[in-house]
Ligand binder design. Structure first.
Ligand SMILES: *Cc1c(COP(=O)(O)O)cnc(C)c1O
Length: 491
């Protein structure tokens, strides 16, 4: 039976070669334009209008989508790049999403081509050992002792859920996997007031309700101190507290909780310590900054997103355990058609036992390829630069009479707000109006599209928030940002 011509053409290696060369050339040109600060970094459109326009590309409500003319693929894909938020453009200083390393982009192409799932070793003869090698490297960089281990999973949110499920199975006091969440007393963990929403969401997915989190207040530096966590422990009431969730790089402000102190407290009470280092884990790669993570090696579980400060395209998340057997506690299930009926540790090479995914992408490939291409020192240099850029922006804000810094940046996140001068409409002391003013300012930034910043509601009010996720940002971009915000206020 011969392969029909349309199928033959779609799978033709020569077609991949020709289109691939043209696409890579076009993408390299586009990257150069972004670096040259050419074009709008945020091509924002009204969502309804954008939805209609993109629906038209699939024929609207008409018939089947026809094959495009030669060149359609490259033209379409370059068009998508141009219509997207340009994270590589140095005027983008918004969310914690990396301007990815080009080497990682190439690695992702290979992952797509070979498409080996890494849930089962036989399906990923290179992907599985590469993932384990990257996991072991990450454990070493965090200073975890021998016997630590983990797995890659699809994002920090799922990583946090995985770690908390393992904590519950290990410390819940009964076999939750077999007997169900309601078979024991109500359980809870201590979290900080600045905890990432994925932690609260995980606790509620686990069936603990809002009562599953006992919230400890943060100090003036947005850190959860051991004293605050101790105070929260005293509020347990009828709940059995089984863990403490600390942040190493909180999302709102980038603050690092004092992990050593919290590890002491956890040890004193026999609690599981989970460190959400989704944002800040990469600080371990900087000799100058890794002290911020002191104590992380004592955590029972850790989540580290390589798609944040390690500059990987999303999603590449490691969920790590100080004692590797805990990696099997989260999903204590057997699926005979995938895994042998042996104890999971005896089939350590079948990674699907460790995480929620069944089919899982070769997400560690990008980290492995970039480490080998660029060497590990580059990553420390990038982390240092993002931090230095944040400090520089904070310095400019402190020196400016019309801007106010929320707190000195501990990592690459800066929270600040515009404060109109006495001649302008809003009196300083009218904080709610100051909030409204800065919210309106951010809306204007988005509608304008020449820069991008986001916002955060902090106890002191609403602040603009800029995260340095692109090492190509320079001083002129930071100065330009403040000038741009002023100009939008004057208009
Ligand atoms: C980004 C982040 C998360 C969520 O990670 P995703 O990969 O976006 O799912 C969780 N916690 C913290 C502290 C984060 O910064």
């Amino acid at each position: 039976m011969q392969v029909p011509p349309a199928i033959l053409d779609a799978f033709d290696p020569e077609r991949l070669r020709a289109e691939g060369h043209r696409l890579i050339d076009a993408l390299a040109d586009q990257l150069a334009r972004w670096h040259a600060r050419d074009g709008l970094p945020l091509p924002w459109r009204d969502p309804s209008e954008a939805r209609r326009a993109w629906a038209q590309t699939l024929g609207g409500e008409g018939g089947a989508v026809p094959a495009g003319a030669p060149g359609q693929l490259v033209e379409d894909l370059v068009g998508v790049a141009r219509a997207s938020t340009a994270l590589a453009h140095p005027h983008v200083m918004g969310h914690q999403v990396a301007a990815p390393l080009p080497a990682a982009v190439l690695a992702e192409t290979v992952a797509a081509l070979v498409n080996n799932g890494v849930g089962v070793a036989e399906m990923g003869p290179a992907g599985v050992p590469i993932e384990l090698a990257v996991i072991d490297w990450m454990c070493r960089r965090l200073g975890l002792p021998a016997g630590a281990g983990g797995a890659m999973t699809s994002g920090g949110s799922l990583g946090n859920l995985t770690a908390l499920l393992a904590m519950r199975q290990a410390r819940g006091g009964h076999d939750v996997w077999r007997d169900g969440a309601h078979a024991g007393p109500p359980l809870a963990v201590v979290v900080s007031a600045d905890v990432h929403y994925s932690i609260s969401r995980a606790l509620q997915i686990m069936g603990w309700g809002e009562a599953g989190a006992i919230v400890a207040p943060v100090d003036a530096h947005h850190r959860m101190t051991a004293a605050a966590a101790r105070g929260a422990l005293a509020e347990a009431g009828g709940r059995r507290v089984i863990g403490i969730v600390a942040a190493a790089g909180s999302t709102a402000t980038g603050a690092f909780d004092p992990l050593d102190d919290l590890a002491d407290l956890a040890a004193e009470h026999g609690l599981w310590l989970h460190v959400d280092a989704a944002h800040g884990g990469s600080v371990a790669l900087s000799p100058a900054l890794r002290g911020k993570l002191r104590g992380i090696e004592r955590a029972d579980s850790i989540v580290w997103d390589a798609h944040k400060l390690m500059m990987m395209p999303a999603l590449v998340t490691a969920v790590l355990f100080r004692r590797e057997p805990h990696v099997y506690a989260a999903f204590a299930q057997h699926a005979s058609y995938l895994f042998e009926a042996a104890p999971p540790e005896e089939r350590w090479w079948d990674l699907g036992q460790r995480t929620l995914e069944c089919t899982k992408r070769m997400m560690a490939l990008e980290v492995w390829a970039c480490l080998r291409a660029h060497g590990e020192a580059l990553f420390g240099e990038i982390v240092d630069r993002q931090h230095a850029l944040a400090c520089e922006l904070a310095g400019l804000i402190e020196a400016a009479p019309d801007f106010e810094l929320a707190l000195s940046p501990e990592s690459n996140i800066v929270c600040y707000r515009h404060v109109p001068g006495p001649s302008e409409a809003i009196p300083r002391e009218m904080a709610p109006d100051l909030d409204a003013h800065n919210r309106a300012l951010r809306a204007r930034v988005v509608a304008d599209g020449r820069f991008y910043v986001v916002g955060a509601q902090l106890p002191g009010g609403y602040y603009l928030r800029s995260t340095m996720m692109n090492p190509m940002i320079e001083t002129r971009d930071l100065v330009g940002l403040l000038e741009h915000l002023r100009e939008l206020c004057r208009r």
